[in-house]
Design a protein around this ligand. Sequence first.
Ligand code: FMN
Length: 360
Amino acid sequence: METSNRKLDHLRITLLEDVEAGDTWLDFVKVPHRAVPELNLEEVVTEIEVFGKKLSAPLIVTGMTGGNEHAAKINAVIAEVVEELGLGMGVGSQRAAVERPELEWTFRIARERAPNALLIANLGAPQLLKGYGLEEIKKAIDMIDADAIAIHLNAAQESFQPEGDVDYKGLLNKLSELVDKVEKPIIIKETGAGLDYESVKALRELGIKAFDVSGSGGTSWVRVEMYRAREKGDEVLATVADWMSSWGIPTAASIMEARAAAPDALVIASGGIRDGLHAVKSLALGADLVGVALPALKAAYEGKEELKKFLKSMMLSIKIGLFLTGSPAPEHIKGKAIVLGPLKEWALERGIYEEWLRAR
Ligand code: FMN
């Protein structure tokens, strides 16, 4: 019961309050215009293949919800739209339904409405640390006939929940036991605080081959928990969460960190991706695809047409961005010259610049 109530709180707060904080640093990135692209825009290809599924553009809606009736409606809208547009989506943490089978339908509805689309299952690292294993992972995958499973990391969020799971010790060991046994690819996914080079490197060495950076600059779970703490009258926690709302690695920096640490992995850029230019810059920084959450939630809440308009605009921006950089397909924009501004300073100080240059 507690998990699904919390999920309702999260939906209400993210829809009604200002939950964005930090800065993606994507504004620092400039992608030089190619005045002579030597391409026909009509012939630019945006399709990519991910986990055996064809996507019509390198774009997904990342996992958000499930576990209650409102969430099921949102999952249904997102699923219908991604099916129609040839994109992919994740569902939110399936913990509630793993523990209460009567909630499974709120997730399964995604597969019912999107029989062909790329679907990503979702469970949290804290659950793995508290005893979840192959059985629960299989349950989550089978529930939606998923093409992959995202294991989300949310140490920042848990730190600001009075009931938070703050023991993150032993995760690498746990993942190393599981990685070869899970039947579908595992994506390690942050939830708004960004993946760092060191973590990605360690996870890649374990055999993880896909990462969703979910960097800072978009939805801040610290900020969401600030609102919950305020509502509950926990003034100390609310104050600390307010102070630390912008915690995290800016999305642009996190893309570079992940790409440098795992040159051969699939890297999903997310966290504060709000428009098509953000998407183009993320691909130029070395991401393979782009993920959006909050703007898709808000649009889905308005209805199918609103979400379709948003995602179609993102898709067209990506196509035009490829054209205007002389890139016939998404993989070509990675090698194009870009100007990093202060982001280069970040990469140099972190000692990842050369590795990133080689990897992208
Ligand atoms: N990420 C997860 O991995 N599992 C979740 O259950 C989950 N729930 C979310 C619920 C809501 C309402 C929102 C807005 C996001 C949620 N996320 C979850 C995080 C998103 O997938 C994404 O990583 C993060 O919001 C940053 O992207 P954004 O700035 O585009 O929102």
